[in-house]
Ligand binder design. Structure first.
Ligand code: FEO
Length: 171
């Protein structure tokens, strides 16, 4: 059984993950408008991953006999100045999500909820990867100054990303 405090924090995270999905879908549309299909594809996979993260939390709350509460999802940004600004926003967002996950871990410790703590460890590792991926692409964009042939080469590379469903991978 989840404590009320743990249940509320997990429900907040369901909403945060769905917001992440919305944010990346909005970024995907931005890149489509900029004629960068590889970046749009990468963002679309990011959207699918975040939706799966939300479902992992949703399923977990249900599994523990909690009340999964779906809340209104905040409207994401629609425009960015350029691709470097988009990836700066991605990295900043993922750093914020890492802080949210860390806070959930803190609550699970305070609540002595070992099962939730165990579940969260997958997300702790996932956030290391999320930040590393965003940071790598951001740095590569900076190398090519977000334009020209370098940008098109990066776009082709990002087109090759394959979706691995966290719902079938996690824990
Ligand atoms: Fe669900 Fe990008 O962390």
């Amino acid at each position: 059984m989840l404590t009320k405090k743990m249940e509320k924090a997990l429900n907040d995270q369901i909403n945060a993950e769905f917001f992440s999905a919305f944010l990346y879908l909005s970024m995907s549309a931005y890149f489509t408008r900029k004629n960068l299909p590889g970046f749009a594809h990468w963002m679309n996979i990011q959207y699918q991953e975040e939706s799966a993260h939300a479902m992992l939390f949703f399923n977990y709350v249900n599994e523990r006999g909690g009340k999964a509460e779906l809340k209104a999802i905040e409207k994401p940004d629609l425009e960015w100045k350029d691709s470097i600004k988009v990836f700066e926003a991605v990295l900043k967002h993922e750093q914020k999500v890492t802080a949210l996950i860390n806070n959930l871990v803190d609550i699970s410790i305070l609540e002595k909820d070992h099962a939730t703590n165990n579940k969260l460890q997958w997300f702790v590792a996932e956030q290391v990867e999320e930040e590393a991926n965003a940071s790598e692409i951001l740095e590569q964009l900076k190398i090519v100054e977000g334009k020209g042939q370098g940008l098109l080469l990066l776009d082709r590379e990002l087109k090759t990303r394959v979706f691995v469903n966290p719902l079938t991978q996690a824990i």
